[in-house]
Ligand binder design. Structure first.
Ligand code: NDP
Length: 483
């Protein structure tokens, strides 16, 4: 097998890391190394920041329409290579090809398109005392900004940051997760093919605590947009806060899925399979704690467990499989250790709970059967800590007050799902749930104009819509007295 070598993208060119050091990149479905990625250091980040600074005047000097045209070109170029991106994302992450084809890559295209259009519609405010004074707000780009993204939705989340940052007139130094670097590498090739001006976007590969923290700590990087774990968010904040950098931190979650007996049962059941196990449960928005109103509990448990046990897990390229591999050996072990913990805490495994070794090319891959656990208290570790895998717990409840206590008991507050046909209850509960996003009778229905982010330890700041353009610009008030 030919080992593919991923390169950094700096100043419009593909570059080896200055140290010459590379890290292994694994294919989760086979457990085999298939490419090498640069183990970039502070020196590579420095080079990227210099290139981004040099590009800033030219890029920020373009009109919004001109920048929009570049983003449209990126979107079209990804779209033209759809199959290549889809297969690369699946291979790098372990997710089913059909999921990458339906969600990941089309959404990355939409991110660039959406912000191409948004920037041409972005307006600033003015405040007027008639005949006396007018204030108006300039929204100016920040300069060089840093974008750091995780492995679960690699290009989707990478582009969700890069697109608004560029649209607002900033130049970017970005780092994808070292575990899933490949589609970011393909993006650098796209940028070269379309002739994006050198230095506007720079992509540095490497380890979080080396390349990532060098971006965060660089004095010329004015803002950090980060998605990843809460603990990493804390260490980023420790470096960036004393430097007074703007920060948008999208962090972990432990989302409740609250099901009332009056719900649309079939729709709820179908969607709950998705919200529990899509992407092997490795979506920050998955509902990992399922609370079911007691009159419905036994029926739900029987139907849900039967359906989950019928899900097929295996080779991500085989469309018959609904679940692929989890992202790494270490992550697989972490998930299995939580299943052990659940048993120690008195939980009963209703289905799953074990690793899978498919026959054929995937026998050494990292697969876990979708797992449903019951019998745990709402405040045990299994129900409080983020597992981020194909594992959910189910639990009955009797009243709204009780389920709100359960739902809000965790340190996180990213998303929640609510199933009820009672309109008043839906509004009442949506108001009281501690989360940045509440889906009622649906899940993962995304309108890119809406604010996206979490409360409590799920993060600070919002992405999406004009919120992201606000984040990536600095407001300056200009006050003019006349009359
Ligand atoms: P990590 O926090 O481990 O890593 C995220 C990114 O940060 C990676 O690129 C990582 O690089 C980098 N990084 C790690 N350490 C540092 C550091 N000290 N300084 C700067 N950068 C660093 O998260 P995961 O990749 O494991 O992703 C899973 C987590 O992401 C889960 O907790 C999940 O809930 C959360 N998430 C949140 C979302 C949201 O919108 N709120 C959406 C999706 C995921 P490297 O990979 O090389 O370590």
């Amino acid at each position: 097998m030919i080992m593919e070598i991923i390169k950094n993208y700096t100043g419009g060119m593909l570059k080896d890391p200055i140290s010459g050091a590379y890290i292994d990149n694994y294919e989760p479905a086979t457990g085999q190394i298939y490419s090498k990625i640069p183990q970039s250091s502070e020196a590579d980040v420095e080079e990227a920041v210099v290139a981004a600074k040099k590009a800033f005047d030219g890029w920020s000097g373009l009109t919004p329409e001109e920048r929009a045209a570049w983003l449209e070109k990126i979107a079209a170029a990804i779209e033209a290579r759809m199959d290549i991106f889809v297969n690369a994302e699946s291979r790098d992450n372990g997710k089913p090809v059909k999921l990458a084809a339906k969600v990941d890559i089309p959404r990355a295209v939409s991110n660039f398109r959406f912000y191409a259009r948004a920037t041409t519609q972005y307006a600033s405010e003015s405040h007027h005392f008639p005949g006396k004074v007018i204030n108006y707000t300039l929204r100016q780009p920040l300069g060089v900004v840093g974008c750091i993204s995780p492995w679960n939705l690699p290009l989707y989340l990478f582009s969700w940051k890069i697109a608004p940052a560029l649209a607002a007139g900033n130049t970017v130094v970005a780092k994808p997760s070292e575990i899933t670097p490949y589609t970011a590498f393909l993006l650098s090739q796209v940028c070269m093919d379309i002739g994006l001006p050198p230095g506007v976007l720079n992509i540095i590969h490497g380890l979080g605590n080396e390349a990532g923290s060098a971006i965060v700590g660089h004095p010329d990087v004015k803002a950090i947009s980060f998605t990843g774990g809460t603990r990493t968010g804390q260490s980023i904040a420790r470096i960036a806060a004393p430097m007074f950098k703007k920060m948008s931190l999208e962090l972990g979650g432990k989302n409740p899925n609250i099901i009332f007996a009056d719900c649309n049962y079939e729709k709820m059941l179908q969607t709950t399979i998705q919200s529990s196990f899509a992407n092997q449960g490795q979506i920050c928005l998955c509902g990992s704690r399922i609370f079911v109103e007691r009159p419905l509990y036994e029926q739900f448990k029987a139907d849900f467990v039967r359906k989950v046990s019928q899900l097929k897990t295996g080779d991500p390229v085989d469309d018959k499989n609904q679940l692929g591999a989890v992202v790494s050996q270490a992550h697989k072990e972490k998930i299995l250790s939580y299943i052990e913990l659940a048993k120690q805490e008195g939980g009963t495994i209703l289905t799953g709970g074990y690793p899978i070794y498919p026959e054929g090319r995937c026998r050494d891959g990292w697969f876990i059967a979708p797992t449903v656990i019951e019998g745990l208290s709402f405040d045990c570790r299994t129900n409080q800590e983020e597992i981020f895998g194909p594992v959910v717990t189910i639990m009955p409840f009797d009243t709204e007050e009780e389920v709100l206590l359960y739902a809000n008991s965790v340190p996180y507050g990213l998303a929640a799902v609510l199933w009820t046909e009672n309109l008043s209850r839906a509004h009442r509960m949506a108001e009281l749930i501690e989360a940045g996003i509440v889906w009622v009778n649906c899940w993962l229905l995304r309108d890119l104009r809406t604010p996206f982010g979490g409360v409590k330890q799920s993060g600070v700041g919002r992405e999406g819509g004009f919120e992201a353009l606000d984040f990536f610009t600095e407001p300056k008030n200009v006050c003019i007295q006349y009359g």
